[in-house]
Every structure is written in C-alpha cells, then in structure tokens.
Design a protein around this ligand. Structure first.
Ligand SMILES: [Zn+2]
Ligand SMILES: [Zn+2]
Length: 430
C-alpha cells in the first residue's frame, strides 16, 4: 500500500475502536499484559521486528511492580479479557513491547515512546459520561484510563500502520517503544537501563490533553518535576497498651512523627519542591501498641539537584523518627522521574513538519508540562549519547482533569496525533 493511498477515514475509525477497547480493559503499571499482547500481535502482522516483556527491561532497575504472587492473576485476567495467550507467554511476566521498522537504507534511528498503563481510579458511573453512554467504560474495578494512555497506545498502533505504508519513503530505523508503568514513574527507567533507546539519533514522546485544547500542538513540554516515590515500613514491637506499654516500640507514632516532619522540610533557594505522604496505615487493635506502620510517600523537585536534596532530607527524617521510637525502618523506592528539555534543532525540525501539515490552528514552541513524567529518563539517555529528544503535546479538549473519574478525551485529536508524528518522522528520516 502506497502512503498516498492510505485510507485515513478507515484509520480514524480504527483509532477510535482501539482506544475504546483499551479503555474498557484498563491495566495498571506492570500488568499491561492484554494491552502488550494485542500491540505485539498487530505489529508483528505489520512486519515489525519485536522485542517483548522480560527482554525489554533491566530487572535490577524495575520499580513499583506488584508482588510476584499477584502477577499470575493479572495474566489470567488479561487472557480472559481477550489478550493473546501466546504473546503473553513470550513476555515472561513482564509487559512491554519494542518494535523496530528497519528500512534497509542508511539513515537515522528515530525512537518514539507510547505509554500503556491506566490510573488507579474508579471511573464515574454518571450516565452522561461518554464511556457509559456508549458502552466502553472500564470493566475493571478501581482502574481507569484517566490519563489518556489508551489513546497513546492506539496512536502508536496507528502510526505503525502509516509508517509501514510509507516505508519506501523512509530511511534508517524507526523504533516504537510501548512502555509499561508510566504512572508513578515506574517503567521507563528499567527500559532505559536495558538500552531500548540506545543508538537513537532522535527521540520523541507525546502526551494528549494536559491543558492544551484541541487543534493546538506543542513542540517542547517543559517543567516536569524530578521525583522519587517510595514505600516505607516501620517495624516496632507490640505490647499491651495498659499492662506493659513501656515494653512496646510504637511504629504508629514513629510514622506519624515522620509524616509531620516530612511535610516540614525546608524549601530550597534554587527552586520549588514538593512532599506528599499519600498513604499512612498502622496498628492492629485498640489496646495494642502498634508494631507495624506503612507509608507511601513521594518527593519532587524542580531540578534533579533539588529533588536529591528533598529526598535525602526525607531519608534522614525517616531514620530519625524510627530511632526516636526505637523502631526499624525500611524504604523501597517504587518510582523515579527526572527532568529534561527538548533540543532546539529537533524542536525546530518538528515545528517545520507540523506547520507544513497545516493541521493545527496553533503551534506552541513550549508547553508547561504538569506533574512528573518518566520518559525524561529516555530523553536524558538519548541526549547523553549525543542524540536529540523532545516531548510533544497533542491538544485535546478533555471532559475533566487528568486522573479524575470523569476524564475523557476529544477522540478526533487522535488522527491528528498520528498525522503529526508521521510528519515529524518523515522529516527526520529523509
Ligand atoms: Zn497520568
Ligand atoms: Zn499520562
């Protein structure tokens, strides 16, 4: 099929169908087995060379994966809900797909990242919410594509089809990276450490929505905060609350003291920082000195230096609070993201490509990205190795903020996203 003969209307219908299918069966970080298997099956048919699952991650760098004992249940659900059992088997308990289109002609390596995971939030039951109205709301409790990664995955599949159709016009290699676990910044680091972006001359990532309206495209998203996510466990000693309180070592009080102190970390002269203790649980009974306490916390900083500062202070507070109550503390890092900025020459080329399409009423040089984003590890790695990277923003009118149970996208943005990426890839691999 020649690029000019692509049936864009059919592709647009496919994008909506894929997105709605993924929306109905959301999977959270490190459990995207159904999603990955359907991606792999489709891309294999299109002729891409595939690396999947365990072969796409560095095990020692995996963060925030559910316990091994839970993985099988996720795999069984994925198969029940229409996943491809053969591909899931090949993944060996780790989701993720890296697909390469090698043109056979000398030229640059262009890598593009698509994230696949959902958010841990319950989708609204409101009848007016379109996924309810049109029958594609999440069927998995407490899981929802409330960030638009269903659309990202669908656009990755769409781009794969366009590139195959246009491959006679392309040079070098195009690598499509379908990443697990972006939420909580859990997946990109392990893939980066495995080398999935190594050798890339150019790297692109793109997010839908994010406060940018439909018809607008951003070339360089900035301002992602560097972050660390961590689980904390305090272990003390239980005792009778009245009979022998002096024999107890109170883990609840250690955790509570730590929580208050963490939120009191001094600001930094050089920029902003954030701390949040999002979960705190402790104790077993009213008349028992609590022997265990559990905390989920995160720190963020405007630069890596500030993020390191607030993380290190946090560790001292945890140690100090543990010592104060004669408890033990263990900390497990469950996620991390850094900062990154687009390279001017790549941003300029992308801008040229986007303007030539005439698809967008407005093209923004920079966009202020919110929160944190772990594709920054991939950007940083590519830049360190001498390549160029940028993080794109695809405008889409959203029904509610990201991570909200009423979130929904403007689906007509997806075909624009595919055309935009195809145009940029076309410009880079000339
Ligand atoms: Zn998100
Ligand atoms: Zn997101």
């Amino acid at each position: 099929m020649d690029g000019n003969k692509l049936d864009w209307n059919a592709l647009e219908r496919d994008l909506v169908a894929w997105r709605r299918d993924l929306h109905k069966y959301p999977e959270s970080a490190w459990t995207e087995f159904r999603t990955s298997s359907l991606v792999a099956r489709r891309l294999e048919k299109l002729g891409y060379g595939l690396t999947v699952g365990l072969d796409t991650v560095e095990l020692s760098a995996v963060m925030g994966r559910p316990p091994r004992s839970e993985i099988d249940a996720h795999i069984q659900r994925a198969i029940r809900q229409g996943g491809d059992a053969e591909w899931i088997d090949k993944m060996r308990e780790y989701p993720g797909v890296v697909a390469a289109l090698k043109t056979g002609r000398p030229g640059p390596v262009v890598s593009i990242r698509f994230d696949m995971d959902c958010v841990d939030v319950d989708e609204t039951k409101l009848p007016s919410h379109r996924p309810n109205e049109e029958g594609f709301a999440s069927v998995n409790d407490l899981l929802m594509h409330a960030c638009g990664h269903d659309a990202h995955t669908a656009m990755g599949l769409g781009l794969a089809a366009v590139l195959t159709a246009k491959q006679d016009d392309l040079k070098g290699e195009i690598r499509l990276i379908f990443q697990p676990g972006e939420e909580g910044c859990r997946g990109a680091y392990a893939m980066t450490q495995k080398g999935v972006v190594d050798g890339s001359d150019y790297f692109l990532a793109m997010h839908i929505g994010g406060g940018v309206p439909s018809g607008v495209f951003g070339l360089n998203s900035l301002g992602y905060l560097c972050t660390a996510k961590f689980d904390v466990e305090f272990t003390g000693r239980t005792a009778h609350a009245a009979g022998a309180p002096h024999e107890g070592h109170n883990a609840l009080l250690a955790a509570a003291a730590a929580a208050l102190s963490l939120h009191g970390i001094a600001p930094h002269r050089d920029g902003s920082l954030r701390v949040n203790v999002g979960v705190l649980s402790a104790g077993t009974g009213r008349n028992v000195i609590p022997g265990k306490a559990f905390m989920k916390a995160e720190t963020r900083g405007q630069t890596q230096k500030i993020a390191d500062y607030v993380y290190e202070r946090a560790q001292k507070i945890l140690q100090g609070a543990a010592a104060m109550y004669e408890t033990e503390v263990t900390v497990v890092k469950t996620g991390a993201g850094t900062d990154a900025a687009g390279d001017a020459p790549l941003v300029a080329k992308a801008g040229e490509a986007i303007r030539e399409t005439g698809l967008f009423r407005e093209v923004l040089e920079t966009v202020q990205g919110g929160g944190s984003e772990d594709a920054t590890w991939m950007m940083r790695r590519v830049q360190e190795l001498g390549g160029q990277a940028t993080y794109l923003a695809l405008g889409s009118n959203i029904a509610a903020p990201h991570h909200n149970g009423c979130f929904d996208i403007d689906e007509s943005s997806m075909i624009l996203g595919v055309k935009a990426l195809a145009a940029i890839v076309g410009k880079l691999s000339q």
